[in-house]
Design a protein around this ligand. Structure first.
Ligand SMILES: *[C@@H]1O[C@H](CO)[C@@H](O)[C@H](O)[C@H]1NC(C)=O
Ligand SMILES: *[C@@H]1O[C@H](CO)[C@@H](O)[C@H](O)[C@H]1NC(C)=O
Length: 432
């Protein structure tokens, strides 16, 4: 059959066969050789999609392979003529795909990301036939390409450090093994072709790491466009971010919330010790992001670095509760979950920018930092109001593998405790 005609027609056929499919679930399949940054991107993408309300899960094919082969032996298993090993890889691929499909069929689950190396042309067809052909869900492919030797070396080092395959292997041996494994993959890799002869009628995005480019073909639908926008921005592989609440404020001392109070004397001491600590770290291209309120600006004033004051980082507007005490608040508004949703939504542009930076110190407020930290640490939304963000403490997040590691550095300046435990009553209510 003429491919070009097939491509043009199938769009119209799709619309007739599955009406309203544009609102249905989506499977995103990552394509690309190992060490091209696919898994990190898959994880970041799912974090972002979850946070912005599209429930997403990653299905990592290599985890399925590890279930079948208790321990990774050597690169031999990736040789083209190793038939038993090929069967295991093929079976792992099918299991991951089927579980992803099953997950997408449950209500409320929106997006599944299938992450695995060498998703071959035949496997891509299989994905398409099951997800679109049988279930009527949408499919999108994202290929990660990287030929820059410097970037590749860095990615390989990450794999050696964090991959479960190499935990029991000496570094030199592991490096040799990984090099062989790459060669096997490369010999068999089938890169998807773009354009009107593109093999399947679904969106395809190619990310060219190192060259900093992106090629997109046939992208339509709001989820697909949202994903395209997200993956278009390059993000660092090494990243350290610092966070702090403002120093203790005059309102903190008397137990009131909201307002635009200034720092208490102890708060001013914290500002000094924060500046001293941060300055001593000598961070290259340090930036300071604060809210527009007096108490965060006063906290950052002593730090020598470019500073910006962002409305998005302003404290939760407590509306009717503004200037109430914590006790009054508990009494009048025992269930306050709603305001957090507003803060989460307004923070999205700041968070997506922050993900592209390193060495930023963000000075903000309790509720806002709860949302910010929850983004990076993948805290479920209903636990966000209870995340502990103490005063007079520097919080450091470092990207390690695919996760952020959190460290807290408590400054020796006394302050009040503004943390409130999750009310027991609320727990029971939500159980019912
Ligand atoms: C996203 O949410 C799903 C479903 O609640 C969860 O299984 C998954 O671990 C979350 N992923 C991230 C990266 O937060
Ligand atoms: C990659 O896909 C091709 C085509 O299906 C297959 O023959 C090959 O064994 C696969 N290689 C690996 C390493 O999975």
């Amino acid at each position: 059959m003429n491919r070009k005609v097939c491509f043009c027609r199938s769009g119209a056929q799709a619309a007739r066969k599955f009406p309203l499919a544009q609102f249905g679930p989506l499977l995103v399949a990552m394509v690309g050789l190992p060490g091209r940054g696919k898994s990190l991107l898959a994880r970041r993408l799912s974090r972002y999609l979850n946070y912005t309300g599209d429930k997403t899960r990653v299905y990592d094919i290599s985890e399925y392979r590890r279930k079948h082969m208790k321990q990774y032996a050597t690169h031999e298993m990736f040789k083209p003529d190793n038939l038993p090993a090929w069967r295991i890889r093929q079976q792992s691929f099918r299991e991951a795909l089927e579980e992803a499909a099953g997950w997408l069929q449950q209500p409320e689950n929106r997006i599944a990301i299938l992450d695995g190396p060498n998703v071959s042309r035949a496997q891509r067809q299989e994905i398409y036939d099951l997800i679109y052909g049988q279930l009527g869900f949408r499919v999108m492919f994202i290929e990660c390409v990287c030929e820059d030797p410097v970037l590749l070396e860095r990615n390989f080092k990450e794999i050696l450090q964090y991959s479960a395959d190499y935990t029991n292997m000496a570094t030199e041996e592991a490096l040799k093994d990984l090099t062989h494994k790459m060669a096997h993959y490369k010999a068999q890799y089938e890169s998807p072709t773009l354009g009107s002869l593109w093999e399947l009628p679904c969106p395809m995005v190619k990310i060219l790491d190192g060259e900093g480019g992106i090629i997109a073909h046939g992208v339509s639908g709001t989820k697909e466009s949202k994903i395209l926008a997200y993956v278009s921005t390059p993000r660092p592989y090494q990243q350290t971010l610092y966070f702090s609440r403002h120093g203790e404020s005059e309102y903190n001392v008397i137990g009131r919330i909201g307002g635009d109070a200034n720092l208490s004397p102890r708060g001013r001491l914290y500002a000094q010790s924060l500046a001293k600590h941060i300055q001593a770290l000598n961070l290259p291209s340090l930036q300071i992001w604060t809210s527009t309120l007096q108490r965060t600006k006063a906290t950052s004033a002593g730090i020598q670095a470019p500073q910006i004051h962002l409305h998005e980082l302003d404290e939760i507007w407590s509306g009717d509760c503004e200037s109430l005490s914590y006790e009054e608040l508990q009494e009048h508004f025992p269930r306050r979950g709603g305001p957090y949703e507003d803060v989460m939504a307004r923070l999205v542009p700041v968070l997506t920018q922050l993900e592209c930076e390193t060495n930023v110190l963000t000075i903000s407020h309790q509720a806002v930092l709860r949302c910010v930290l929850s983004y990076f640490l993948e805290t479920p939304p209903d636990e966000i109001p209870y995340v502990h963000v103490p005063l007079h403490t520097i919080i450091k997040l470092t990207l390690q593998g695919y996760n952020y590691n959190m460290e807290t550095i408590k400054m020796p300046v006394e302050c009040v405790d503004t943390n409130r435990a999750k009310p027991v009553k609320l727990l029971r209510e939500s159980d019912g």
